[in-house]
Design a protein around this ligand. Structure first.
Ligand code: ADP
Ligand code: MG
Length: 707
């Protein structure tokens, strides 16, 4: 994009970037590609080499600098080969120990040599020692540095000295001109950019390191503000660019949408009506809609999507609905078929359960334009699929798609209107930043007649009672889900990996395998415990057609208890199922528990969600279970989730490829607000400064941010 404006590092330009061992490759791993990037690579902490400490004043565990003379040095062989040097200053002595060393280092440590050393002293077997001190031979009259020494985030094979040298060079050559007008800086009480940057890379010794390292200093505040500002500018620009692009205005006749509404056994809620109106208005515009329809689980997003698709069809265009899992796509297909049949319309399916030949026919029909509605998984955005005249692309459970799929859809739907749907409520600060380029409709009301789901926490030791409860519910005509745990390794929730698409891509993910094993065991155990019930099993490793068969048997109440892995987490809608058991609930993330619980309470029967947990509970697990027990409000749960996990984890940014904020904190609502206001002001009054600012912070990486 704007590469021409960024000076490539001349010293790196000639190295082969393909080889992972070149300096350039190592730097690239840190995101350091141009000199401008170096300037924004800020220290993690500092070391104080501006002072000399006397050995007698050294405190164990505190890093300090000393000036010493070498008494003698030798290579010892016990317990292993190592280099030992005895040194002293005027009032004390010390042992230096090197477990790895070069002959050149040994050479420097000649008796009588004068050294500056830096390191942490501790009490060794032979008295005070420093292991692997940094040291150099002192030059005659060598001055002490007058700045703290920065320690940068780095990667294997890239030393601090190299980084410092490259960063110093960049600081001297990169244009650090301020992108914030002085008046603004003064109102916001932020220091100048150049001053803040120099300060953070090379702070004077009199500052308290603690404040700097806690990032609680005006210079850090400036950097954090700038980073948030870049994010805001980028998102607002994306929004403006989209509005400048053309899309076919979809003008409906209301014939099909009215017919659908008339055929439904319910009336739209007020929230659904409002969202549908907002979407219809957008669809009529000559620029692409990019709207997020947010609504808690069970709020009825699917029917709104169906109305939008029919509107596109009325206008003579095609519409596509994409789901993140095959199970959900199959369910959409069933629903849509039932809705379309009375209207004399049919649709095309594209999912993994299709045979090769069927798939080809489907693709051909979409390409010929003789079918207006297509529904399926991400198979819909594969290269082979060419829509004749796509007017609207809808993505259900949008947060479950990976960044690549979102980009692919964007490409495909370049000139189409887009609607994303999500049941993961986004807390305000995240909405203001990561989703600022979307318009949002919210379904803030559930359809009437739902009885709230009761949530029970039950210790694993009382499993028998839970089995009895399942028995009773099913004998009474109800149905139940029994969800098996996600196996976690080293305590990190694999939640964001649960999407089928991703599990498949990573091949036989260990998690999926372990999860499968427990699901099969649980299934066998329940079959033995409940011989008079019809029990089914569904998991991600079944073939798509097998999964579809199990799910339709469950929908038809031919299966009474469905043992499942997290493949049923999103979107599945079987109103007759009124009981959900989640085994090892302590291993699930909050968003996931909320989604799973949302599978019940969809009919009129009183529903319950039983969270089986194993003791002892860790602190975080306990906190999560408390939240899910106390609240059924998706927004509140999301807020708590954000608090417990932090924004990076919350948004699944690592998985989705969104660049995380490096320095700023999204919890800092006041600063996010300020950045948003300033972004608007700058784009209006000083667009060239906004461009320069964006360039400095995002360089060529803006595309990712917008995916
Ligand atoms: P979600 O927002 O979680 O995707 P769904 O679209 O699956 O929710 O809808 C949940 C259930 O509520 C479905 O069975 C759907 O038919 C039903 N539903 C949707 N809108 C209404 C309404 N206005 N009144 C009654 N039931 C509704
Ligand atoms: Mg849904």
């Amino acid at each position: 994009m704007h590469w021409s404006r960024r000076t490539p590092c001349s010293s790196l330009a000639d190295k082969k970037p393909g080889n992972a061992n070149t300096l350039a490759a190592r730097l690239a791993r840190l995101g350091l590609r141009s000199e401008a990037d170096f300037v924004l690579h800020l220290p993690l902490r500092y070391e104080d080499e501006t002072r000399i400490t006397e050995l007698v004043d050294a405190r164990p565990g505190v890093a300090a600098q000393f000036e010493v003379d070498v008494i003698d040095s030798e290579i010892a062989y016990r317990p292993r080969r190592q280099l030992l040097a005895r040194v002293r200053d005027g009032r004390g002595a010390l042992l230096l120990r090197f477990l790895n060393f070069y002959p050149s280092q040994q050479k420097v440590l000649q008796p009588g040599a004068r050294l500056r050393i830096f390191g942490e002293l501790h009490e060794g077997y032979l008295g005070p020692e420093i292991i692997h001190p940094r040291f150099h031979l002192m030059r005659e009259g060598e001055p002490l540095p007058d700045r703290l020494t920065p320690v940068y985030p780095t990667t294997a094979g890239l030393g601090q000295a190299t980084l410092r040298r490259l960063i110093d060079k960049a600081l001297n050559s990169v244009d650090l001109a301020d992108t914030l007008p002085m008046a603004l800086r003064e109102t916001l009480r932020l220091p100048e950019f150049a001053a803040a940057i120099h300060y953070l890379h090379r702070p004077p010794p009199e500052v308290t390191q603690a404040a700097l390292e806690a990032r609680d200093h005006p210079a850090w505040r400036r950097v954090q503000f700038d980073e948030l500002l870049a994010q805001q500018i980028s998102l607002r620009r994306a929004y403006a660019a989209r509005r400048a692009r053309g899309a076919p205005p979809l003008v409906g006749t209301a014939k099909l949408t009215q017919a659908l509404l008339a055929s439904l056994p319910f009336r739209l809620t007020r929230a659904q009506q409002r969202a549908w109106r907002e979407i219809a208005v957008d669809l009529g515009q000559p620029h692409p809609m990019q709207r997020l329809l947010q609504g808690d689980v069970g709020s009825g997003k699917t029917v709104v999507a169906a109305l939008a698709m029919l509107h596109a069809v009325e206008a003579g265009y095609q519409a596509a609905l994409m789901a993140p899992t095959e199970i959900l796509a199959e369910q959409h297909n069933r629903k849509i078929a039932a809705w379309l049949a009375p209207l004399g319309l049919d649709a095309v399916w594209l999912t993994g359960s299709l045979k090769k030949r069927e798939k080809e026919v489907a693709i051909a029909r979409v390409g010929a334009g003789d079918t207006a509605i297509a529904s399926g998984t991400h198979a819909l955005i594969e290269d082979k699929v060419e829509f004749a005249r796509l007017g609207l692309a809808i993505v259900d459970e949008q947060h479950r798609f990976g960044v690549r799929q979102r980009l692919a859809l964007k490409e495909k739907g370049q000139f189409a209107h887009q609607l994303a749907m999500s049941a993961t409520p986004i807390p305000r600060t995240l909405a203001m930043s990561y989703y600022a380029d979307l318009d949002v409709s919210v379904l803030d009301e559930l359809p009437p007649g739902r009885t709230p789901v009761t949530t029970k926490l039950v210790a694993e030791s009382r499993r028998d009672q839970v089995v009895a409860r399942v028995h009773q519910a099913c004998r009474g005509g109800g149905q139940a889900y029994w969800v098996c745990p996600l196996i976690e390794e080293n305590g990190v929730s694999a939640e964001a990996d649960a999407s089928e698409a991703r599990v498949k891509r990573s091949g036989r993910s260990r998690n999926a395998v372990l999860q499968l094993k427990t699901a099969e065991e649980t299934y066998a155990r329940l079959v033995a415990d409940l011989p008079d019930l019809r029990i089914g099993l569904v998991h991600g490793r079944l073939k798509a057609a097998e999964k579809a068969a199990v799910m339709s048997a469950f929908v038809a109440n031919e299966i009474q208890v469905l043992v499942a892995t997290t493949v049923i987490e999103v979107g599945v809608d079987v109103p007759n199922a009124s009981l959900m058991v989640i085994e090892h609930a302590e291993r699930f993330g909050l968003a996931q528990l909320h989604q799973l619980r949302g599978r019940v309470g969809r009919g009129t029967a009183q529903s319950a969600c039983i969270l089986l947990y194993a003791q002892p509970l860790g602190e975080l697990a306990r906190a999560r279970l408390k939240v899910i027990f106390e609240s059924t409000d998706g927004f509140e749960i999301a807020r708590e989730d954000l608090r417990l996990r932090g924004p990076g984890e919350f948004i699944g940014a690592r998985q989705s490829g969104l660049p995380l904020l490096r320095y700023a904190d999204l919890d800092d609502e006041a600063l996010v607000e300020q950045a948003r206001a300033v972004a608007e002001e700058m784009l209006r009054d000083a667009p060239e400064l906004a461009t320069a600012h964006l360039q400095r912070w995002l360089g060529g990486r803006e595309e990712l941010l917008k995916a």
